[in-house]
Design a protein around this ligand. Structure first.
Ligand SMILES: Nc1nc2c(c(=O)[nH]1)N[C@H]1C(S)=C(S)[C@@H](COP(=O)(O)O)O[C@H]1N2
Ligand SMILES: [Mo]
Length: 208
């Protein structure tokens, strides 16, 4: 476990969740092949000082922090106390700050998967760009080389195989958010489906 380890593992489960007996991988589409020479992480959109492009070596040499957190999938399985480590969002934001107008973030994975977050959820000190679970690199099916972990929201916000971070000036819906899942995804208030959203607040699922 990293020296600086944040904890968000809870004694109780959010409503409607059950503990998973094992940790299967869950995603839409194939597991991408990691090619370090071709891989990059692009941070762009509503940036304060311009876009940033990091190579795999750049990302892999950043300081790492630890996080122990329960992981809640919207399909009701919870994986308790997952021991992650990786790059904190604070480190990424230091390298590429959003400007004063950025209110949301779209995190993009390989093959166009995406999830939108409010800036406060992205900046939470338990949000992590994970590279490891326990002592090991993430397995390919769990997001190697880099995945987002947002333990205070349902798992579809935790984008695997991250390649882009886009700062937004207005909210836009990501992959599952466009397909009927809740825009915010707080498991403690069971924000599973888009129909539970307040009509006025988030962007409509039908907007272009
Ligand atoms: N790129 C990508 N990331 C993704 C998904 C996906 O389909 N593609 N599925 C999400 C969902 S719904 C969940 S519950 C978690 C599952 O993470 P795991 O496979 O490591 O358990 O990944 C999330 N991240
Ligand atoms: Mo999920």
């Amino acid at each position: 476990m990293a020296a600086d380890t944040r904890r968000q593992a809870q004694a109780s489960l959010p409503p409607g969740q059950v503990v998973a007996q094992d940790w299967g991988a869950l995603h839409y589409g194939p597991v991408p092949t990691f090619r370090p020479q071709r891989w990059d992480l692009r941070i762009h959109g509503s940036t304060g000082d311009g876009d940033v492009r990091l190579s795999w070596d750049d990302v892999d040499s950043l300081p790492r922090v630890g996080l122990v957190a329960d992981f809640h999938c919207v399909t009701r399985l919870t994986v308790p106390a997952v021991d992650w480590s990786g790059v904190s969002v604070a480190t990424i934001v230091d390298l590429c700050p959003p400007d004063g107008e950025a209110t949301h973030v779209m995190v993009w994975g390989e093959y166009g998967y995406s999830a939108n977050l409010r800036m406060v959820d992205f900046l939470a000190d338990t949000t992590l760009l994970a590279t490891h679970r326990g002592a090991h690199r993430l397995e390919p099916e769990h997001g190697h080389p880099l995945r987002l972990v947002v333990p205070h929201l349902y798992g579809y916000k935790s984008v695997k195989w991250v390649r882009e971070i886009e700062y937004l000036r207005a909210d836009r819906r990501g992959f599952w958010e466009e397909r009927g899942y809740h825009n915010r995804a707080d498991p403690w208030s069971e924000q599973r489906y888009a129909y539970q959203e307040e009509p006025s607040e988030p962007p409509s699922a039908r907007e272009p």
